[in-house]
Design a protein around this ligand. Structure first.
Ligand code: ZN
Length: 193
């Protein structure tokens, strides 16, 4: 899959919206991505997972670790294509933890997989979960890198597509300065393809 075909798929399904958005972090942006819209189609999820697996296979991961909830579906599909385990970390009282009997061994080579990487913060936090469990993080991957390709998480990082969707503090948002009405994603109908 080319980067263009990935972004075309996101636009066609309404998973990539352009406008003026208030993200769940409270920051503003001119773009919003909702990967779950694309991943609800199992065949597409599988195709994206296989494409991502192809980009990271040389790292020889033995397990895929994803942050819940956004990373679970694509993490599972990448792991399916690689033939390795898929586990996830979830947030409990602000801390990302392995639960449900999931564990990592010192011999594990961990690939962190997410749907979208914005700042790399959640990727790094997920990497820390693996490191604290004594495993080695060999790389990270996401379907979309919305930093425009500037993501640096300190390990090899792969994304199927990069798109530059800046994020701003509301006080410094150029769209607010132009008095463009701000939309909270999910508060209006997603356009159909
Ligand atoms: Zn704004």
């Amino acid at each position: 899959m080319t980067a263009e075909s990935v972004l075309a798929l996101f636009r066609a399904t309404g998973a990539l919206l352009e406008g003026h958005f208030r993200l769940s972090s409270g920051l503003h942006s001119n773009g919003y991505m909702q990967c779950a819209i694309v991943l609800q189609d199992p065949a597409r999820a599988s195709e994206l997972g296989a494409a991502l697996a192809g980009a990271v296979r040389a790292l020889s991961p033995t397990v895929v670790l994803s942050p819940a909830l956004g990373g679970i579906v694509i993490g599972h599909e990448v792991a399916r294509a690689l033939g390795v385990r898929a586990i996830f970390a979830e947030r409990v009282d602000a801390h990302l933890l392995l639960r449900r009997g999931f564990s990592l061994a010192p011999t594990d080579r961990v690939l962190v997989v997410e749907d979208v990487v914005t700042t790399g913060k959640s990727t790094k936090e997920t990497m820390l979960v693996a490191e604290q469990a004594g495993a080695t993080v060999v790389g990270a991957a996401s379907i979309v890198d919305r930093s425009g390709g500037r993501t640096d998480v300190g390990v090899p990082f792969s994304a199927l597509a990069a798109i530059d969707l800046p994020i701003w503090d509301p006080t410094a948002c150029p769209l607010c300065a132009q008095q463009v009405p701000v939309v909270k994603p999910g508060s209006r109908p997603i356009p159909s393809s």
